[in-house]
Design a protein around this ligand. Structure first.
Ligand code: SF4
Ligand code: SF4
Length: 585
């Protein structure tokens, strides 16, 4: 049976474990062979000698070792990050005329796969010792008889030009300077700057400094910069982050429109509603976080998402999760709490040219309230008023309550250790917050060494572990994968119930909000001009208010119960609108 041994070099600490404890307990070493050996100050494992007993995995006090038995049919990886490093098996296949999605956990190799396809990373076909860089001929041979063989043949013949939008758009302002227009002019190979800017609603910010635009604007600028390049394979790594739902749907339609017989689209996306709406086909990626990732065969979108939720790939006969992710078929149970912790009446507030109104509403203890609304419509300003950080111009808010706030944009410049920042959480909430968020592997890292998803998990843990009456989390789903989003939903729900506290969650992932909330506060108006807070409503009413404004309806998938966006003007869309049932049918 093929076997891989992973040693996390950051966690391995031979001086603190009692001088290479693993070497002393390994039965192969005890017989005199060098299965585990000293490798540049850390442990190294010879996969050829390892018998897979798992003793070292259990004995290592720092959880630095992973030994994984792989399915027989897996041969050489397409890429391996060094000795005892991450292994990637297979690659997704771009298909001309189609939008192909990739769905899988973080740390499973999605970005590595995209980097290989886009030419940013030369794969080594598992031959890390010689620092091999596979040639096109090697890759054609490796993928012989598959769609990928054709792809690499075309790549070799220079028939494929690739444009790639990276995941972390917030890094762009650190690397670029000047206005949005100057940045886009540099990459405008098609001469379509104005037309694309109009389609992506960024015409009004073309003269703005790239360092001063919001996350949602940056995302659309990054998408514009990608599609302005002359390419026939466009790759998008998480195109929906920072966008509100209206923008997500608009971007989805735009990206779909790029696929034609000469153009292929490949993308990674964690918002299941967007992924479902946007793609024709999906590859599921499964394996073990930071250890190995396998790309499945390509499947029709609906089947792929349902298989993913089920945790089972029928064609491959592989169960990659021991439980199914389930959705309820109707609105969640109504909140029973009547214990009001704060409320407001006839609030008005002017912020520059922006006007915010909130007619009347109350928030009760133990409520988990989802907040939906476009970007720039006053959601955060409203919360700051509830927290007493800013005063309304008119109207009343009951006395200020103590708020713990996780902002939308997370700062990571600090070199403080995660263990220091989360000391209180580690002491008090190990079981309820730290373990489910899988923070332990991060505690010896500095904040400025964390990836987007890791920083998000740390920030959520920090916010939830503070003492407060009201917990406000602004976009907690950004950079998290589908499973992490659902884990967070569970943590928040349970904590609010146990602590008798209240949470307000601003997010644009409708499925996440549906999974998590008992009530909805809906903001509508005109971004940067005016906004009005409506509710909190029970879920059914709130979804109807929100989606009527968006002019969109959703249905439930009969197999998984997950919500799916209806195509505009489809029979279901017309029927549901006539009955004013926009979400729960
Ligand atoms: Fe010690 Fe664990 Fe490193 Fe082995 S892997 S040397 S047991 S810290
Ligand atoms: Fe040695 Fe067993 Fe660990 Fe393999 S799994 S390295 S045989 S202790």
């Amino acid at each position: 049976m093929p076997r891989i041994a992973i040693v996390d070099r950051e966690k391995c600490n031979p001086t603190s474990c009692g001088n290479y404890l693993c070497m002393r307990v390994c039965p192969v070493n005890r017989k005199g062979e060098n299965c585990i050996y000293k490798n540049e100050g850390k442990a190294g494992i010879d996969e050829g000698l390892c018998i897979g007993c798992g003793i070292c995995v259990n004995k290592c006090p720092f959880e630095a070792i992973d030994i994984i038995n792989l399915p027989e049919e897996l041969e050489n990886p397409i890429h391996q990050y060094g000795r005892n490093g991450f292994h990637l098996y297979n690659l997704p296949t771009p298909i001309f005329g189609k939008v192909v999605g990739i769905l899988g956990r973080n740390g499973i190799g999605k970005s590595t796969a995209l980097k290989i396809l886009s030419g940013l990373l030369k794969p080594n076909l598992g031959d890390w010792k010689e620092n091999k860089e596979a040639s096109y001929d090697d890759l054609i041979e490796y993928f012989k008889g598959t769609e990928s063989q054709l792809f690499f043949e075309k790549l070799k013949q220079k028939k494929i030009n690739i444009a790639y939008k990276p995941q972390q758009v917030d890094l762009i302002p650190k690397a670029e300077k000047g206005t949005v227009k100057q940045l886009l002019e540099k990459v405008d190979e098609k001469g379509q700057l104005e037309a694309i800017a109009k389609k992506l609603d960024i015409e009004n910010i073309l003269e703005n400094d790239i360092k001063k635009i919001s996350g949602g604007e940056l995302q659309r600028v990054a998408i514009a910069a990608t599609v302005l390049k002359k390419a026939n394979l466009y790759i998008f790594d998480e195109p929906s982050s920072y966008l509100d739902i209206k923008q997500r749907i608009k971007i989805s339609r735009f990206i779909r429109s790029l696929a034609d017989k000469d153009t292929a689209i490949l993308l990674v996306e964690h918002d299941l509603i967007v992924l479902d709406y946007l793609t024709d086909l999906i590859h599921i990626m499964y394996g073990k976080e930071d250890a190995y990732g396998i790309v499945s065969t390509v499947k029709a979108t609906r089947t792929a998402i349902n298989s993913y939720l089920e945790g089972f790939l029928r064609e491959e006969n592989i169960r990659f999760r021991d439980h199914t992710i389930k959705f309820g078929s109707g609105p969640p149970l109504k909140s029973t709490s009547q214990n009001i912790i704060t409320g407001w009446k006839e609030i008005e507030k002017k912020l520059g040219n922006f006007k915010l109104k909130a007619p009347e509403g109350n928030i009760c203890r133990k409520d988990v309230i989802g907040i939906l609304g476009e970007n720039g419509i006053g959601k955060t300003s409203f919360i700051k008023m509830l927290a007493g950080e800013i005063e309304p111009d008119k109207g009343n808010i009951s006395e200020g309550i103590k708020v713990s706030y996780k902002p939308q944009y997370l700062k990571s410049e600090s070199d403080e250790l995660v263990a220091t920042v989360l000391k209180q959480a580690i002491d008090k909430y190990s079981k309820t917050i730290i373990n489910p968020l899988n923070i332990k592997p991060l505690i010896t890292k500095q904040l400025n060494q964390l990836s987007g998803g890791e920083l998000q998990r740390v920030s959520i843990a920090l916010c939830l572990s503070k003492e407060a009456d009201l917990y406000l989390l602004d976009e907690p789903s950004a950079y998290l994968d589908v499973e992490q989003r659902l884990v967070i939903s569970k943590i928040i729900k349970e904590l609010m119930e146990d602590k008798g506290k209240t949470a307000l969650i601003v997010d644009h992932d409708l499925l996440f909000i549906d999974y998590l909330s008992q009530k909805l506060l809906v903001f509508d108006g005109q971004p940067a001009v005016k906004g009005e807070a409506k509710g909190p409503f029970i879920m059914e009413k709130g979804m109807n208010v929100f989606l009527e404004d968006l002019n969109m309806t959703f249905r439930r998938d009969p197999e998984s119960n997950r919500p799916r966006a209806n195509k505009e003007e489809s029979v279901k869309d017309r029927e549901q609108k006539a009955e004013e049932k926009y979400y729960y049918v």
